[in-house]
Design a protein around this ligand. Structure first.
Ligand code: C2E
Ligand code: CA
Ligand code: CA
Length: 657
């Protein structure tokens, strides 16, 4: 049987039971009245005791059936009762009633006068007729009942020797056959009616189920994240709103951001990335008491609500979450691992709307990630101020070039040999309204929001243009700071070429300064860019040397031309700075690169660096960064020697001799 046939059968059985029990009271009452009438109307000493015993038996049976009907009507009727069981229970009472009547009639036909017999036959025949309708909901019971009531006694009469009784028997048998056929037809008709009624019901139900399935699918599509199966942004916000509306207790929102995910996604591939996201989501699910309050916010970010939690509790759980998320993942080909940084915002302490709460947790995560990855940070008002400031800068920075708020200043770099200017480092300045925003503040914002590409291209173009216009006997070099993000850009070399061709500045007069953070990036891309720059005779220096992750072997492999010792070492010349610079000088001579010391502020420092053999010096001791319009007058004041900065390798050779 198919599922819809089973369902149809179930409905029909329930309806049949309802019909049978619905007619039961009248059937039982008629049986009781008829039985009492027949037993107590005719007085015959021969049969009285049997009839009374029979009456007692029949009454008990009918009372039991009545109790069953009452139970059904009061307890079962309005429940999801099992139709088949109910029908069986009902016919278990009806069929013995039929047998009782059959026994009674057989007994009466044996001992009774024709008047009592005739009346009994008529009464029982009437009941058999009634049963065709009353029991029509169960075909075999209806047929059995109609047949059993009259036929055994009628057959007995048919076999008797008296002609009148034979006739009566014939009449009874004929009536039984007619009733059998009528019961069958009536039952078939009832069954058909029930079938039609319930067929529609099943169809409607099936349609409802389909609609429900579709609705569920649509719900899943619009509310669940297809990759992880977690709720998506929209659904999460809806659920969070209900928490805001109902929660009277404080709760915490965690902003969870995976660390190192991008690297896996970029280097190993999106499939591996997807695996990590799925597995991380599964781990988070294990911890979430209410999955409605856990979502994939986007990319490798997840949000989770911790109900009824204070700061201490939230930090504690977050630390455990980080530990769990940091456990290695066994994927098909390898074992991969990521970390997680979590930002916490508390309701109502930090925010009273869902948007603000999410934003606060996001901020806490963002600032925490800057401090230390794979740790937990809780939102503070200070972050909010910083964020607002950053946002203000970011918005203003997008229009800074257009509004001509950016300009370049140039700081001279001098040769330690003769104190003559060899090059200028380009430093970016931004004047927003009346405020000078320091580059340390806005460069990282430009990097974060992708504005560095446009700004960096402008710097390169303008620096080359300015350098090409310097009126100096000697061709001075211009050093341009380039961020790692720019260097990774596939258009970077084109941008450099455009800057050179636009200004007609020869490649050897351009130096590119990159920070040590390049070593954390994809070294094959970096190496490729550096080689392309060097084929154009552009020199490359490592800026802020000693502060980050310099790798000497990479410096050698990349054939870096110069290294700029960070000013922190120069300022610490009296302590361990001296030893460090001296060590760098040794490496420089063996790896064949030039050394520039930054942040030279005093004559003593300059002399000490000179003694150590540092090739070039830069700092306030020589000059602060100079405005464009003052460069020419600055250059005329100082005498530029023949030996220029870009003859660096020659100089190294000379120094070695
Ligand atoms: P940097 O490349 O290390 O630049 C040197 C910084 O040290 C400059 O600060 C300069 O003004 C300062 N300085 C020079 N001599 C001395 C000195 O004797 N004592 C002290 N205390 N400081 C000295 P500035 O101009 O504020 O630049 C800060 C940083 O901003 C730069 O550090 C560089 O990393 C970044 N930057 C500046 N312009 C650009 C640019 O055009 N592109 C990129 N990507 N970064 C830039
Ligand atoms: Ca620099
Ligand atoms: Ca530097």
């Amino acid at each position: 049987m198919t599922s819809s046939e089973l369902e149809l059968n179930k409905y029909m059985q329930r309806d049949a039971a309802a019909l049978l029990y619905g007619n039961a009271v009248s059937g039982i009452v008629i049986s009781l009245i008829t039985a009492s009438f027949l037993v107590f109307t005719f007085d015959n000493p021969l049969t009285n005791s049997f009839k009374q015993m029979w009456w007692c038996g029949m009454s008990i049976l009918l009372v039991l059936r009545m109790v069953d009907v009452i139970i059904w009507k009061t307890k079962l009727q309005h429940t999801e009762f099992d139709g088949e069981k109910a029908v069986k229970r009902y016919i278990t009472g009806v069929n013995p009633t039929g047998v009782m009547w059959a026994v009674y009639l057989i007994f009466v036909t044996k001992y009774n006068t024709s008047v009592e017999l005739t009346i009994t036959l008529i009464a029982i025949a009437a009941m058999a007729g009634g049963s065709a309708t009353i029991l029509a909901a169960h075909k075999y019971t209806a047929m059995f009942y109609a047949f059993i009531l009259l036929s055994p006694a009628s057959i007995g009469l048919l076999l008797s020797e008296q002609y009148a009784l034979k006739l009566l028997g014939l009449l009874g048998v004929s009536y039984s056959i007619v009733m059998l056929i009528t019961s069958k037809k009536s039952a078939d008709f009832t069954r058909n009616t029930l079938f039609l009624k319930n067929e529609n019901k099943v169809l409607v139900h099936q349609m409802e189920e389909k609609v429900e399935q579709r609705t569920r699918k649509i719900y899943e599509l619009s509310n669940l994240d297809s990759l992880t199966g977690l709720y998506n942004r929209t659904a999460f916000i809806t659920h969070l709103k209900t928490v805001f509306a109902s929660s009277k207790k404080p709760f915490a929102l965690l902003f969870i951001d995976l660390d190192g995910f991008k690297k896996i996604n970029d280097s190993i591939g999106h499939q591996a990335g997807d695996q990590i996201l799925k597995k991380s989501a599964e781990r988070l699910k294990l911890w979430s008491l209410d999955t409605k309050l856990l979502c994939r916010w986007g990319g490798d970010e997840f949000l989770m609500v911790l109900a009824d939690t204070d700061e201490v509790g939230a930090v504690d759980i977050s630390e455990q979450l980080i530990e769990m998320l940091s456990e290695p993942h066994n994927t098909e080909n390898s074992v991969l691992s990521v970390g997680a940084t979590i930002g916490i915002a508390l309701y109502p302490e930090h925010a009273r709307t869902e948007d603000r709460l999410i934003q606060s947790a996001d901020m806490a995560m963002y600032y925490q990630k800057k401090q230390a990855r794979s740790t937990v940070g809780v939102f503070t008002e200070q972050m909010d101020k910083l964020y607002t400031y950053e946002l203000r800068l970011k918005n203003a920075l997008t229009k800074a070039i257009e509004k001509q708020q950016l300009r370049l200043v140039f700081q001279p770099i001098v040769s330690s040999k003769n104190n003559q200017v060899a090059a200028f480092e380009t430093l970016l300045r931004w004047q927003l309204d009346d405020e000078n925003i320091p580059p340390d503040e806005f460069i990282c914002i430009a990097e974060q929001y992708g504005l560095i590409h446009e700004i960096g291209a402008w710097v390169l173009k303008d620096a080359c243009l300015q350098a090409s216009q310097w009126s100096s006997e000697q061709a001075l070099a211009v050093c341009v700071n380039v961020s790692v993000i720019q260097l990774q850009d596939e258009h970077f070399i084109t941008i450099v070429d455009d800057a050179l061709s636009n200004s007609s500045l020869p490649g050897e007069r351009l130096h590119i300064e990159i920070t040590e953070s390049v070593f954390a990036a994809d070294i094959s891309i970096i190496s490729n860019r550096i080689k392309q720059l060097q084929t154009r005779n552009i020199k490359v220096s490592i800026d802020d040397f000693g502060t980050g992750y310099s790798s000497l072997s990479v410096i050698q492999d990349l054939a870096i031309n110069m290294v700029k010792i960070d000013r922190s070492f120069v300022s610490k010349m009296n302590t361990n700075g001296h030893a460090i610079i001296s060590a760098v000088m040794h490496i420089a001579s063996s790896l064949d690169f030039l050394v520039i010391a930054e942040g030279v502020e005093t004559e003593e420092q300059a002399q000490e660096l000179q003694k150590l053999g540092v090739h070039y010096l830069q700092g306030y001791h020589y000059s602060k960064p100079i405005e464009i319009e003052n460069i020419d007058s600055f250059l005329t004041k100082v005498n530029v020697p023949k030996e220029s900065f870009f003859d660096a390798n020659q100089l190294v050779d000379k120094l070695r001799i």
